[in-house]
Design a protein around this ligand. Structure first.
Ligand code: NAP
Ligand code: F7E
Length: 329
């Protein structure tokens, strides 16, 4: 019998890479996605084919009774909770909505598991945003949390709920504390993808300027495809636990701009303008992860570094607008 996985947020960046990984491993996959007035499954459409054991169900983390029904029907061996309102900037504009999906959504799913009495393993998509105003550098599993946004606060709630269900009900629940991870499938409003897409459009003559906010914040950016492997590894362990997943390298947004524009022989300063509307009411200035525990216990390590990540994202967006990427040296 193939293992069964249930994925929330299956049509998001990570959901699509995780689905690919689990299909390669022979899993039967069930994912929930939300009804939308326009198509919203572009990231996984290529996976919907007869030879893949992939079923998409309409569902929402805010609809506990449907979650319970689905879990009863599917009886998954593993559950990956990737669904969330995941944009930090948007969470300041819509704090209640963010809390309902990103915080209470976790509780709804945990309760659906508990009440349906299924035996399963649970992965919670926790975030480096929980460290927020970082209390130490680098950040590891024992670093205290100090979230700086409604999104970060919601993720702290989801983290502790997962720990609580592990302790109270002996649920196999693990938190992946993932630092920023990006890819050509990254949403177009996150800063890395916003930069690489704008760069490609500027090069193609489709856009003149790129408007950004704070260029001084530092992030530990990795490649999403590497990071979904860490999620899977966490659920293959003998016991549940919490793990930081990161590259151990940190760079400013300005350095990302220099690397990306420099790669195609352009000077970002000619194109980038600061628009205060992209500044956040409270910023996370510096994130840098120490993933020694994931390396030691899971045997995980990243395969793509900062420069490699920038280049693969620029290459993909150049192709998207019909341009040829620079020749590899
Ligand atoms: P993403 O591309 O924004 O995907 C989020 C997914 O959640 C989308 O499929 C979205 O569906 C779905 N969703 C939103 N609200 C939902 C709800 N109420 N019920 C069910 N599904 C809902 O995010 P990602 O980058 O793949 O990240 C995956 C998870 O990891 C998220 O929980 C995120 O917060 C967390 N995380 C991400 C990073 C990162 O750097 N990427 C780092 C740490 C943690 P729609 O398309 O319908 O909106
Ligand atoms: O911002 C700055 C912004 O939105 C990164 C999510 O996946 O990773 C992500 O959260 C930095 C911030 O990602 C713009 O102020 C400047 O300092 O790409 P971002 P994020 O906030 O780090 C974590 C780990 C998650 O869990 C989240 O789900 O870039 N910045 N100018 C800008 N950011 C955006 N979005 N747009 C700008 O124009």
């Amino acid at each position: 019998m193939p293992k069964k996985a249930f994925i929330t947020g299956i049509n998001g960046q990570d959901g699509s890479y995780l689905t690919e990984l689990l299909l390669e491993k022979g899993y039967e996959i069930h994912g929930i996605f939300r009804r939308s007035s326009v198509p919203n499954t572009q990231r996984i459409d290529h996976l919907v084919k007869p030879e893949n054991k992939l079923t998409l169900h309409f569902g929402d983390l805010q609809d506990t009774s449907s979650l319970m029904q689905l879990l009863n029907d599917v009886q998954p061996d593993e559950i990956y909770n990737l669904g969330a309102q995941s944009e930090v900037g948007v969470s300041f504009a819509n704090p209640q909505y963010t809390a309902e999906s990103t915080a209470l959504g976790v509780l709804n799913l945990l309760e659906a598991i508990r009440q349906s009495k299924i035996r399963t393993r649970f992965y919670q998509a926790s975030s480096s945003e929980m460290f927020g105003m970082a209390q130490e550098v680098p950040q590891k599993e024992t670093t205290p949390f100090h979230p700086r946004s409604p999104y970060g606060v919601s993720k702290v709630f989801g983290y502790w709920m997962s720990v609580n269900y592990r302790e109270a009900y002996k649920l196999f629940a693990s938190n992946g504390i993932l630092f920023n991870h990006e890819s050509p499938r990254r949403g177009e409003t996150f800063v890395t993808r916003k930069i690489t897409l704008a760069l490609a459009r500027i090069k193609a003559g489709l856009q003149d300027k790129l408007y950004l906010g704070n260029l001084n914040a530092k992030r530990d950016w990795g490649y999403a495809k590497d990071y979904v492997e860490a999620m899977w590894l966490m659920l293959q362990q003998d016991k549940p636990d919490d793990f930081v997943v990161s590259t151990g390298e940190t760079h400013t947004i300005r350095e990302f701009l220099e690397e990306a524009f420099g790669y195609v022989g352009m000077d970002y300063q000619k194109y980038v303008e600061i628009d205060p509307k992209f500044m956040r009411p409270a910023e996370v200035d510096l994130l840098l992860g120490d993933c020694s525990k994931a390396k030691k216990v899971l045997g995980w390590k990243h395969s793509v570094d900062f420069k490699g990540l920038v280049r693969l994202m620029v290459d993909a967006d150049l192709k998207l607008v019909g341009l040829t990427p620079p020749a590899k040296k």
